[in-house]
Design a protein around this ligand. Structure first.
Ligand code: ADP
Length: 527
């Protein structure tokens, strides 16, 4: 996996983690709200049910007081019947007593039970005697009782000393099925715990992941100071259902994977297109450079024309004079074939020399596609020496060549390498001519330097100005009035495209020194 690919995947996994965490937080928030809403709704329902039941208790008390202490009180058997009916239909009313607070025997301790339904052992209400006496007539008062029960008492209006007492079993105020299984239900009577029912699903509020949800409301009965309290445990599983998170994780993971895949495909296509575009641009540049190199060579040949013409004149003159001499010999009385053969040999040699010269010129000016091949550097230097030496001689400049003893080979197009050397020689000649140097000399050296081959072209001219040195290889940099400033930049292009480099400096003894360095090929084993 490449570095870019792993970066893509890391970003993808990071995004996925952020999405899943975001979903988890959202799920927790919404679940908490939903659970709180459920608790609120359940609390209100229970509150309504209990309120209705409490109101029924008030109604029973009022009707019982009415039948027992009116101007014409009902008989005890009629009152008992009413009480039995109430008990039968309302099982949460544990018992009902009609008591007398006056006219009691000493053993009654101030409270005498006149009637009790269901029959059985009466509660010991003597402790409440004082409270009953204090109680406002016609109003209901609530008293604590044992075992989850509480008492409701109502005193008849004066002069009757009777009162009705109801024992309510708070546990039966709600049917089990009316309670939500997840809620812990509590009832408080005047601020004291009356009933504490744990959640039916067995989830304790201590196991709550966040603070348990709470509902509290006062039951509006006449003096029945009851409070309903609901608590709901919020376990993590309720806030963050595992299957939702896993489902979301899988879905987003798949979606992200698909998006990443599409992105990767797109970036690969773009990269490919870019690569193709760059290759096309490189090809166009290469073609232009080749055309420029060719134009520059043709131009150089024009400059060398007089030297070349001189070079060609020599063999032609020699051929002419030897041919004339040979012709004369054929006319002589004593025909001697030997000098004629000599003359013909010279002709052949000179014609070959002229032919070589023309071939060199044709090659140099050719417009063929450059083809880097295994080239012998010393051979190329010898060629360029032959091509330029006559012109240089005419300009009064000596050309010294010092070739490495060992064979130096590099992958290069011979014509282009010749062109590089020719440009360097021509620049050196221009510098020498302009400076009017005595014993003007250009020196070409070839050297082996490890796995590199060096060609050094130096002169004993004025050298390069220090401020010009860094700009020398930039296109259009020239200090010559007629210069184009393209020679050295072309040299750099041609050398760099065969993985070489070209450097310029001033020699310690004066004059400029250009070094072309090329990767050297290992020499071939002798066959
Ligand atoms: P041009 O020959 O058209 O000026 P080049 O790119 O061949 O363009 O050369 C750029 C400049 O480099 C020349 O104008 C010259 O100032 C400087 N230069 C090149 N070779 C030499 C040298 N051997 N001695 C001194 N200056 C040189």
């Amino acid at each position: 996996m490449t570095r870019t690919t792993s970066k893509y995947w890391l970003v993808g996994i990071g995004l996925w983690c952020v999405a899943v965490s975001g979903f988890a937080l959202y799920s927790i928030e919404t679940s908490k709200q939903r659970l709180a809403d459920e608790l609120q709704a359940a609390g209100q329902t229970l509150h309504r049910l209990i309120s209705q039941r409490v109101a029924q208790h008030d109604a029973h008390m009022t009707s019982l007081i009415a039948v027992t202490s009116g101007p014409e009180p009902a008989s005890f058997s009629a009152v008992r019947h009413v009480m039995e009916t109430i008990i039968r239909f309302y099982p949460r009313i544990a018992w009902i007593e009609l008591i007398s607070l006056g006219d009691t025997e000493p053993e009654d301790h101030g409270v005498k039970v006149l009637l009790r339904v269901p029959e059985g052992e009466s509660e010991d209400l003597a402790a409440l005697r004082g409270a009953f006496a204090e109680q406002e007539r016609g109003k209901i008062a609530v008293y604590e009782n044992r075992n989850g029960r509480y008492l409701l008492a109502k005193k008849a209006s004066s002069p009757s000393e009777t009162a009705v007492v109801l024992s309510i079993d708070a546990r039966l105020l709600l049917d089990p099925e009316e309670r939500p299984a997840w809620a812990k239900v509590r009832l408080m009577l005047s601020g004291k715990p009356l009933l504490d029912l744990p959640a039916q699903d067995g989830v304790d509020t201590a196991a709550s992941f966040v603070a348990p949800l709470h509902f509290e409301s006062v039951i509006d009965g006449e003096k029945q100071q009851l409070s309903l309290l609901l608590d709901r445990s919020v376990p993590l599983a309720a806030l963050l259902p595992a299957r939702h998170v896993v489902g979301f994780g899988v879905m987003t993971g798949l979606a992200l994977f698909a998006a990443m895949f599409a992105l990767r495909q797109r970036s690969t296509t773009l990269r490919l297109r870019r690569t193709v575009g760059e290759a096309e641009i490189r090809a166009v540049l290469h073609e232009r450079e080749t055309m420029l190199a060719h134009a520059s060579r043709v131009n150089a040949l024009g400059e060398m024309a007089s030297g070349i013409a001189h070079e060609l004149t020599q063999p032609l003159t020699a051929i002419l004079s030897h041919s004339q001499a040979a012709l004369r010999l054929t006319d002589a009385d004593t025909f001697d074939i030997h000098p004629i053969c000599k003359a013909l040999e010279v002709n052949v040699r000179e014609a070959k020399r002229a032919g070589e010269m023309l071939k060199r010129m044709r090659d140099y000016a050719s417009n063929r596609v450059p083809e880097p091949v295994r080239s012998a550097i010393n051979g190329i230097v010898t060629e360029i020496e032959a091509l330029t030496s006559i012109d240089l001689k005419q300009r009064g400049i000596r050309l010294d060549c010092s070739l490495a003893a060992e064979p130096l080979e590099a992958v290069a197009d011979p014509i282009e390498l010749e062109q590089v050397l020719h440009n360097l020689i021509r620049n050196a000649a221009d510098a020498l001519e302009g400076a009017d140097t005595k014993a003007a000399t250009i020196r070409i050296e070839t050297q082996a330097a490890g796995c590199e081959a060096k060609i050094i072209v130096s002169d004993n001219g004025p050298g390069i100005a220090t401020d010009a040195l860094p700009r020398l290889f930039r296109p259009f940099f020239t200090t010559k009035p007629e210069g184009m400033g393209l020679g050295l930049s072309l040299c750099a292009t041609l050398v760099e495209r065969i993985d070489g480099r070209i450097e310029a400096e001033n020699s310690a003894g004066g004059g400029a020194r250009f070094t072309v360095t090329l990767p050297r090929l290992p020499s071939r084993e002798a066959p």
